[in-house]
Design a protein around this ligand. Structure first.
Ligand code: GLU
Length: 278
């Protein structure tokens, strides 16, 4: 009797394990539209980028990427309370999509040909540009050309700014790659590095967090087109998310979301991009 029951329980546990792995553990990529029609979405965002993707101390989420994700989810029929946000560090975004751990990624995620080998992108919903963050009293770093004499520069592994530094400026600068930009910002504040590089809109958020201590310098020197990453080959999800982005721009929600999030940093509202239906 007792043995039978433990066997039954064992089978039950196995059944739960099978269901869990079918729902996308280390498994196959998900279909965002299927998840949405089942009533919920898992969305990859950043947790440490003020103004863009931030997990607040009370467990809530804020930022422009969060607002874009909520707008898109709403257009796919999913209410904000049915979105589960998942932290998506730069180097893990393709893998999270490929393994089906997220339905889509809205995480300052530049559309690139290299990334398009493993995922697809809706968007762009924003265009930023790579820039530099230094201490406010720094006078000798004014742009990428001044990153010489072995200056210590921090960026994030798996990001396009780190790649650009390796491709173009590696002979002059010592690049240190961390997992997150907030770790780079701490290294800058405590003097372990001379500058942080990534997109200007991200750096503006950190400069606003530490006014009088950090500043963004120089003109942006790349173009970073932010897309929403979806499973490769999911043309229908991409098309519906593109429609949602178009509507977000057209109905004024895009500008409102920008002003309510990034706006606080003083970053100027740009003209919205046109989605690329490649
Ligand atoms: N937009 C760049 C990228 O996708 C830098 C920002 C980031 O790492 O999230 O790599």
């Amino acid at each position: 009797m007792k043995i039978n029951r433990s066997i039954r329980m064992g089978i039950g546990v196995m059944a739960i394990a099978v269901v869990a792995s079918a729902c996308g553990g280390a498994g196959e990529q998900r279909s965002a539209l299927q998840s949405a029609s089942d009533g919920s979405l898992v969305v990859g965002i950043k947790y440490d980028q003020p103004g863009l993707g931030l997990r607040n101390p009370d467990g809530s989420f804020s930022g422009f990427d969060v607002e874009v994700a909520k707008y898109v989810a709403d257009k796919l029929g999913v209410a904000p309370e049915n979105i589960t946000f998942k932290e998506s560090p730069s180097a893990q975004r393709e893998t999270l999509i490929e393994n089906g751990e997220v339905d889509f990624v809205a995480a300052t995620y530049s559309i690139t040909d290299a990334r398009k080998e493993s995922v697809d992108f809706a968007g762009p919903y924003f265009v930023a540009g790579q820039s530099l963050l230094v201490k406010s009293d720094n006078a000798d770093i004014t742009g990428p050309e001044s990153l010489n004499d072995g200056k210590k520069l921090c960026s994030v592994s798996g990001s396009t700014p780190a790649q650009t530094v390796k491709d173009k400026y590696a002979h002059d600068v010592q690049l240190q790659e961390f997992d997150t930009y907030s770790a780079c910002v701490e290294a800058l504040r405590n003097g372990a590095v001379d500058a942080v590089t990534t997109d200007d809109i991200i750096l503006a958020g950190y400069a606003a967090q530490y006014p009088g201590e950090l500043k963004v310098v120089g003109e942006p020197f790349t173009e970073e087109r932010y897309g929403i990453g979806v499973a490769k080959g999911d043309a229908e999800a991409r098309s519906q998310i593109n429609d949602a982005i178009d509507e977000m721009i057209a109905d004024g929600s895009w500008e409102r979301a920008f002003n309510d999030t990034v706006g606080a940093s003083g970053y100027q509202l740009p003209t919205p991009p046109t989605v690329d239906r490649y």
